[in-house]
Each structure stands twice: as structure tokens, then as C-alpha cells.
Design a protein around this ligand. Structure first.
Ligand code: TXD
Length: 319
């Protein structure tokens, strides 16, 4: 059986980390694409040279031409400009929308059968635009944010409770912005919901509220520390989990920015909800019940996403 072909559109900090992880996990051969000449070639060669030591087999090619992604099974898109300190995700809108137009055209031409994972910010608006620009099925274009935001939430909870990260499951829904919705009621330690853990005295409501707030601002916390860019290790790992679920038909239940066509009462919008990812792409959107407070938070987050989407349509009327 031929190896899977995984195209990384954008070979910056996340792109390079993705390329390394994909090799370590032997998920397939990797094509790194970028407009910067030498970067995809250099990163590809460097990682390929690590493969004899690690003992993985994968072919790495770096390209500056979309023809190189031809026939890719999976495309992971990070092309664009990352946030700098003081810059909001929304500031990136205009620049990255133009990038999505080019990327969409490249994927449409050379990899129309691919499963496409968009990471570029502002995420929910960019993945919506990328689906339209590429014309690929909505089941095959999805955004990565929820897995990362939930991983941050899980890490902070495990740290607070002094338990393994493996036993903490958490879900963060809504848009990938400071209004995201960490779902306290649906997050657990070995099946015990967080509100019960507060009652059991594992933590206080105040501490839990602070963790929720830290999760919401998790991206900004890293930007503030790095100063020269945004997070890349955890975002890359999160996207690889989604790609792996597709390639191995694992049918994992993951929070992703998925296209809604009436679910949650929302139409033609991408926003973070739990979905099943398998060989059919986004095979199912799971509609969970919100209580009043959760619905209010989700609606607020959704309104922020809709505003970005409208701003995109203002800049690119063809959307
Ligand atoms: O949860 C999430 N979705 C995110 C999103 C978490 C963290 C970071 N997130 C966003 O990912 C971030 O705001 C950026 O929009 C992307 C990529 O972040 P990364 O840290 O990898 O950015 P880099 O290192 O600047 O890499 C971007 C690359 C860089 O090499 C550019 O030369 C290239 O994109 N680039 C392009 N490639 C192809 N085509 C075009 N037009 C292009 N323009 C820039």
C-alpha cells in the first residue's frame, strides 16, 4: 500500500513542527509548501536527516509551487501571518483572507480529494473562506482550534488537581477567540464532572473560574511570552490528532470548527462543536444540550465569529 501524502501549506513554526510529528508517527510522506524559498526545502531535508536516528521512513519534499501538492490525501494549512504582541486575531483578517484565496485555488486544482485542516487565524472565518475558495465538500474542510483549546484546559485542570493529563477530558466549544466556551459541565476527571469535583472539595469555584479564564486567554499567554510569534507545539499536535483520525478512520470525537447547516440553529458558519472525524471526513456533528448560561456564552462567541465572517464578505464579495 502506498504511503499517504500529507501536504503542509505553510512551512513556518507550526508547519515545521507538523512535518516532524508526522514523521515521528509515520503517518505518511510530507510535502512542505511555502512562498518563502528555501524554508520548506531546508526544513524537509533537516527532518529527513533525523529519520535514520529516530528510525522512521517518510519522504520529505519542499516546494514553492502548488503542483507539488498534487494528489495529497490531507492538506494542513498554516499559511499566513501569525499574531504579534498587541495584535488581535482579527487584525490578521485582511492579510490572511488573501492568503486563503491563493491556498483555496491551489487545493482546488491539485488536491480536490484531500481532507483539509485549516489552522490559520482568525480561524473560524478563515476556514469558512477556505471552504468557499477551494470548493471542496464541507465534510472535508475543517478548522483546528477546539482540540488545542481543550488541551490547554485539560493541562491546567490536571495541574490543579495533581492528576495525570490522560485522565482529564475537557471540551471547549464556540469560536477560537477570547469568547470561546470551555464546557465546565461536560469536562471530567475519570468521568467525574468538574461541578462535582468542586463539591468534593478538589478545588474552589474561584479557582475553576480562573482556569476557565486562563484557557480563554491561553493563546495570548504564549504570544506574550514568546514575543516573536504564537504557539506552535500544541497547535501542531492538535492538528495531527485530527489528521490521524481521518487517515486511520478512528472516528474520534473532537471539538473542531465545523460547517453548520442548521445544527445549533446556525447556518453557513464554521464554529467549534464536537464532531466525529473518520474516513468520511467530518462524519457527524454532535448537538449537545446547552443550559441557559452555556447558550448565552455560545451565542456571544458565535456573534464574534459572524462579525468576522461578514467582514470577510465585505473584503471579498465573491464569498
Ligand atoms: O488554534 C489555532 N487555530 C492556532 C492558529 C494556534 C496558533 C497559531 N495559529 C495561527 O496559525 C497563527 O495565527 C497563524 O495564522 C498560523 C500559522 O502560525 P505559525 O506560527 O506557523 O506562523 P509562521 O511561522 O509565520 O508561518 C506561516 C508561514 C510562513 O512560513 C510564511 O512564509 C507562509 O506561512 N506564508 C505563505 N505560505 C503560502 N502562501 C502564502 N500566500 C503565504 N503567506 C505566508
Amino acid at each position: 500500500m502506498a504511503r499517504n501524502k500529507i501536504a503542509l501549506i505553510g512551512s513556518g513554526m507550526i508547519g515545521g513542527t507538523l512535518a516532524h510529528l508526522i514523521g515521528l508517527k509515520e503517518l505518511g510522506d510530507v510535502v512542505l509548501f511555502d512562498i518563502a524559498e528555501g524554508i520548506p526545502q531546508g526544513k524537509g531535508l533537516d527532518i529527513a536527516e533525523s529519520s535514520p536516528v529516530e528510525g522512521f521512513d517518510a519522504r520529505y519534499v519542499g516546494v514553492n509551487d502548488y503542483a507539488g501538492i498534487e494528489g495529497a490525501d490531507v492538506c494542513i494549512v498554516t499559511a499566513g501571518v501569525p499574531r504579534k504582541p498587541g495584535m488581535s486575531r482579527d487584525d490578521l483578517l485582511g492579510i490572511n483572507l488573501k492568503v486563503m484565496e491563493q491556498v483555496g485555488a491551489g487545493i482546488r486544482k491539485y488536491a480536490p480529494k484531500a481532507f483539509v485542516i485549516c489552522i490559520t487565524n482568525p480561524l473560524d472565518a478563515m476556514v469558512w473562506a477556505l471552504q468557499k475558495f477551494s470548493g471542496l465538500p464541507k465534510t472535508h474542510v475543517v478548522g483546528m482550534a477546539g482540540v488545542l483549546d481543550s488541551a490547554r484546559f485539560r493541562y491546567f485542570l490536571a495541574d490543579e488537581f495533581k492528576v495525570s493529563v490522560e485522565d482529564v477530558s475537557a471540551m471547549t466549544l464556540g469560536g477560537h477567540g477570547d469568547d470561546m466556551v470551555p464546557m465546565v459541565r461536560y469536562s471530567t476527571v475519570a468521568g467525574i464532572p468538574l461541578p462535582d469535583l468542586v463539591k468534593m472539595g478538589w478545588t474552589s469555584q474561584d479557582k475553576l473560574d480562573a482556569i476557565v479564564e486562563r484557557t480563554r486567554k491561553g493563546g495570548g499567554e504564549i504570544v506574550g511570552l514568546l514575543k516573536t510569534g504564537s504557539a506552535f507545539y500544541a497547535p501542531a499536535t492538535s492538528a495531527v490528532a485530527m489528521a490521524e483520525s481521518y487517515l486511520k478512520d478512528k472516528k474520534r470525537v473532537l471539538p473542531c470548527a465545523a460547517h453548520l447547516s442548521g445544527q445549533y440553529g446556525v447556518k453557513d458558519t464554521y464554529v467549534g462543536v464536537p464532531v466525529v472525524i473518520g474516513a468520511g471526513g467530518v462524519e457527524r456533528v454532535i448537538e449537545i444540550d446547552f443550559n441557559k448560561a452555556e447558550q448565552k456564552m455560545f451565542d456571544k462567541s458565535l456573534a464574534a465569529v459572524q462579525a468576522l465572517k461578514e467582514a470577510c464578505a465585505g473584503i471579498a464579495p465573491q464569498l
